[in-house]
Design a protein around this ligand. Structure first.
Ligand SMILES: *[C@@H]1O[C@H](CO)[C@@H](O)[C@H](O)[C@H]1NC(C)=O
Length: 497
């Protein structure tokens, strides 16, 4: 024991020395990234809806939403609340699931003892998505909870008494965006469970194909059919073409079924294959699809996908300062900056795509080409590392934007369950309006939503740790999901410069 401790100390001193000489500097060790990985997954337990299992680790939470769907004679218990409220929104939940699954697919081999927790986080969602997808033919349930009513209360999920309305898309009221994203999530998850639970995996893939077929045959955006309850919350601003191509690409990856290859080839051009687009989020899947499909070209299995490598390069070049097509915005402290609200969702999804593309490039000694100049896989990894390290505390404010990680992190997270007293500490009901005293209180949140990454700082690196500032202080499942893969990578490759 003593010698191991001494060795660790010596390593630490060595690192600090080298760091101060600027020869080689890494703000975080492999253990730090492993710790961040564990927490990034733990966060999902705080977002759970339904009956909690006995191995629930975030013990301040209790059961909630246990009759979701019952008044509509459908079982919609389970799934995740998207962010700091108590609505189950289908589009971001499915996207979160796709990205969690993608994280495991690419970087699961670096997750070690966290792989079971990562699978459990995915299954919590896919169990729900299966119910939502198989409850009725030509129907997909896409939301539980009236968001306008929910947002008028500051209530724990365990106390919820706002209408748990159920919303669906159907052949009459289509939603190809939410349906194709659900298909993507189920297909990606089928890859995750292929070895550990083959029958579950087969069920996921079979359902993905059915839901995709529904999405493709009955085309339309759920923002039209369900406008008043999905907009402006998760309005599909980018339309549904991006999700159709993304969904087909995931089913192709999961099944290797040539029907989906044919679909991608014949529909790609009308579904956005030729566009350059630089934002990857719960709304817009285009850059992610380009990177996903570039794999086939880079590994020389699908020569037809060269176009996706070209557009992936364009996306990458837009992010790397110094290249001719550079066009991203960074804060003075070096953080990618896209939007004043929930900016870190773009940072985590971008870091993930950089690392994934670096992995695909490395498989074949490839490089990204930015009008003549080349960008290597190592360049992409170091760029991703700056973003990940910034989130974990290597930034001008010297604070971590992951709750419970490091010495200094957000204390006033915009999250109902975390900011109200735990149901176990305060079993009496706290009604809708009575909760607002906790929203406006200056006290730190009583329940630590461990691992949650919040919206993050503004374009000048300043962050106000204010619970009412939802733009900066609210966590969301889709901020964390791609981060799970990124920190897994760095836990195995901590010293990449
Ligand atoms: C491939 O996918 C198509 C479309 O979903 C389906 O009809 C066909 O049965 C699949 N083929 C195999 C071998 O699974």
């Amino acid at each position: 024991m003593a010698s191991a401790t001494t060795l660790t100390m010596m390593m630490h001193i060595l690192c600090l020395t080298l760091c101060s000489l600027s020869l080689f500097c890494s703000a975080f060790t492999s253990q730090d990234y492993s710790n961040a990985l564990e927490k990034s997954i733990l966060f999902f337990e705080g977002q759970r809806s339904g009956k909690l299992p006995s191995n629930q680790r975030l013990t301040w939470r209790g059961d909630s939403g246990q009759s979701d769907g019952s008044s509509y004679h459908v079982d919609l218990v389970g799934g995740y609340y998207d962010a700091g409220d108590n609505v189950k929104f289908g589009l971001p939940m499915a996207f979160t699931t796709t990205l969690l699954a993608w994280s495991v697919i690419e970087f699961g081999s670096s997750m070690h003892n966290q792989i079971e927790n990562a699978r459990a986080a995915i299954k919590w969602s896919t169990d729900y998505l299966l119910k939502a997808a198989t409850a009725a033919p030509n129907t997909l349930y896409v939301q539980v909870g009236d968001p306008n009513m929910d947002h008028r209360c500051w209530e724990r999920p365990e106390d919820m008494d706002t209408p748990r309305n159920v919303y669906k898309v159907s052949d009459q009221n289509p939603g190809s965006d939410v349906a194709a994203e659900t298909a993507a999530a189920l297909a990606a998850a089928s890859i995750v469970f292929k070895d550990s639970d083959p029958s579950y995996s087969a069920k996921l893939l079979h359902t993905a194909m059915k839901v995709f077929d529904f999405a493709d045959r009955h085309r339309g955006s759920y923002s039209d059919s369900l406008n008043s309850v999905v907009c402006p919350f998760y309005c599909s601003y980018s339309g549904y073409h991006d999700e159709l191509l993304w969904g087909a690409s995931w089913i192709h990856r999961a099944s290797q079924n040539s029907s989906y290859l044919a679909y991608i080839q014949s529909n790609g051009h009308t579904l956005g294959a030729d566009d350059d687009d630089y934002s990857f989020s719960w709304d817009d899947k285009r850059p992610g699809t380009k990177v996903l499909l570039s794999k086939g070209f880079l590994e020389r299995t699908t020569q037809e996908f060269q176009i996706y490598k070209v557009h992936s390069d364009n996306y990458i070049c837009s992010l790397i300062p110094g290249t001719s097509s550079f066009q991203a915005q960074y804060t003075p402290g070096g953080l990618l900056y896209k939007a004043s609200e929930s900016n870190l969702q773009y940072v985590t999804s971008t870091a993930f795509l950089l690392l994934t593309y670096a992995k695909y490039l490395s498989s074949n000694g490839g490089v990204a080409t930015c009008s003549g100049s080349t960008v290597t896989a190592e360049n992409l990894i170091s760029h991703a590392k700056k973003q990940v390290d910034y989130i974990l505390g290597d930034n001008p404010a010297k604070m971590s934007y992951m709750v419970g990680f490091g010495e200094k992190y957000p204390q006033h997270v915009h999250h109902r369950g975390s900011s109200l007293p735990s149901i176990h500490a305060h079993p009496d009901h706290i009604a809708c309006n009575n909760g607002f005293q906790y929203l406006y209180s200056s006290s730190p949140n009583p329940n630590v939503l461990a691992g949650a990454i919040v919206g993050g700082p503004d374009n000048k690196d300043s962050f106000s740790d204010d619970r009412n500032n939802y733009q900066q202080a609210e966590p969301a499942t889709y901020i964390n999901a791609p981060f799970v893969g990124a920190v897994a990578f760095f836990s195995a490759n901590p010293t990449t410069k």
